[in-house]
Write a protein that binds this ligand. Structure first.
Ligand code: ADP
Length: 303
């Protein structure tokens, strides 16, 4: 099964262009959609989840024997899809078990015995079984997000869409949440939207960088990082030298050493800028910063 997105565009009523000719091909596994706030990630997620109309473009879910038109056949798509929005409400006084049982009934799982089994399996899968009787209002951020995944997995979706799920989670909770998604991503398409580079580098085998509604880079994270090797350079400078270096070189990041007045800068360039720079090991964050910087430049200097 594959999700094919072709030239998807969306402009809101106030004139904001959220998506501009977005084309992507998404195979089963973990797909990371990476971009800064306002890039268009949620707009794309909501469109794929059939909750919002696009102005132009096509989306198909292609299986072995049939091709489903996602933008037209909304009801069928909803049966194949689980969605965890950025903000989702729960009834704080209900327990996870009660609420999941309620959602399962809404999904059309009417037999109580079957429903109990499904709810139990999902609570176990998301590691919430021991706290299933606790009120949702008392859940931590990480527990709430895992509950969100449990409800999104009701009905065995073929695609799971999660919008900025790790924002606000502490490292241990994020790690647990990542493990859960990886497990789910072994069998179905999981689309993870995030502004956190680490989420993508730790987790995803396919990715795209989106900025101002446009796809700026797509590929496999390991390949993207491999392609950047030999193009990232570093140098220690005094803090006061930062502005002149930013003017002269393609500085993608700068980090201050606490208390020293020294800054380590990273520059992205095909060739070593000059002998004062040393080669640096490229990572996904370097690529991301460079792509966003190039995209910002293109916005400032339209041709
Ligand atoms: P992201 O999820 O990457 O932060 P969004 O898809 O939420 O990006 O937003 C993309 C752009 O569209 C932003 O400029 C945002 O302000 C704008 N936008 C989002 N939703 C609406 C809406 N309902 N009406 C008008 N503008 C919107």
């Amino acid at each position: 099964m594959k999700l094919l997105i072709h030239n998807l565009s969306k402009t809101y009523a106030d004139g904001t262009q959220a998506l501009n000719e977005v084309s992507l091909e998404i195979a089963p596994g973990m797909f990371g959609l990476l971009g800064p706030n306002g890039a268009g990630k949620s707009s794309l997620m909501r469109t794929l989840a059939t909750l919002q109309e696009a102005d132009r473009g096509e989306v198909y879910l292609e299986g072995e024997s049939e091709r489903l038109d996602v933008l037209q056949e909304k009801m069928r798509v909803r049966q194949l899809l689980g969605y965890l929005p950025q903000e989702f409400g729960v009834y704080p006084r209900m327990s996870a078990e009660e609420m999941l049982d309620h959602f399962a009934a809404l999904k059309g799982i009417h037999q109580p015995k079957q429903r109990r089994e499904i709810v139990k399996a999902l609570l176990e899968q998301t590691n919430l079984y021991p706290v299933r009787k606790r009120k949702l209002g008392g859940y931590s951020g990480g527990m709430k997000q895992r509950f969100g995944i449990a409800q999104a997995l009701l009905g065995n979706p073929k695609i799971l869409i999660v919008d900025e799920p790790t924002a606000g989670l502490d490292p241990a909770e994020r790690n647990r949440f990542h493990n859960l998604l990886s497990e789910v991503g072994q069998n179905i398409i999981v689309i993870l939207s995030t502004h956190i580079v680490e989420d993508v580098s730790n987790l995803c085998n396919q990715m795209a960088i989106i900025h101002k509604g446009e796809v700026r880079l797509t590929g496999h994270p390991a390949q993207i990082i491999a392609d950047a090797q030999g193009k990232v350079w570093k140098k220690n400078i005094d803090k006061a030298e930062l502005p002149s270096h930013q003017k002269r070189y393609n500085v993608i990041s700068s980090r201050l050493f606490a208390g020293s007045g020294q800054v380590i800068i990273k520059v992205y360039a095909e060739l070593r800028p000059d002998a004062t720079f040393e080669p640096a090991e490229a990572d996904l964050e370097d690529v991301y910063f460079n792509v966003i910087k190039e995209a910002e430049k293109a916005v400032l200097l339209p041709d």
